[in-house]
Design a protein around this ligand. Sequence first.
Ligand code: ZN
Length: 306
Amino acid sequence: MNVKKEPGSVLPHAVSAEDLALINRLSRAELAAEQVYTFALRLCDNEVDRDWERFDESGLEALRHLFVGKSGIFDHNWSAGGQTARLYKTEICQEEGATAAGDPCRFLKGYAYMLRSEKNAALIEEIEGGIKKEVSVGCSVSGRRCSICGQESCSHQGGQVYDGRLCYFTLLDPVDAYEWSFVAVPAQRRAGVMKSYVQSRDSGLRRMLSAHPACLRQLDALEKEAKLGRAYLDGLRRELVRLAGMSDEELDLQVFSKTAGKMDEDELLELAKVYRRRMEEKYPPSPQLRPLAALQQQDEDRAFLV
Ligand SMILES: [Zn+2]
């Protein structure tokens, strides 16, 4: 079971000697402090999220180990250039307050480094400049447990209250942390709040796919096809409204076109057939045959075509 959480944001962090030692454990070449840029980020927390799921303490602890050494990618503007950062240290931090599950609030903080290379300069500037980045993490868990009955599979609904108890699901035994990524968001949005919510299905999908250029291309292609499909349906609707208007003068076209807007392809085609038949009854098609002489003339003309 793969889960994807978007709780984080970037926190400033300066490189220390201890950081450098940890970084050099991961990097191929020995790096000096001035060669690396480091920053901290909030990877995920133990709050019950919008899917009514949460990590418990042991889940966060497992993730703490799984994330070390993992590379993160930036939204596709950046990842196209291959910019990555790597987590060299993680820790669990406690904050004030309690979660919806009644636990003290905790979050997993990650420390990442990237090279201060020419290629990364603009990106570092962007991070430093406070263009807020949301962090999303993807990890794989073995299952989830219901807060009401303790079962992994049941019919309780997350978010519902049963006998005064909130139903949520605890994500069990993270087995892999496979990615974390950054997506730029407008600075004013959700200022001070670190957990992010997907505003629309589409942007959420794009964000989830931001690490996978091939999937994004596929999404682009699908969107193009969907657009063609919508244009086709719009055409059918317009044609139906036109036919209906011509064959039934009493019809309130405004109301009718609203109704047509809710019809699917089959309904549109079927109803158009009905109105077309009615039209033909009302205005029988006049014969559109050309005089025979003209046709013969045309045939004779064709004889000279090479
Ligand atoms: Zn249950």
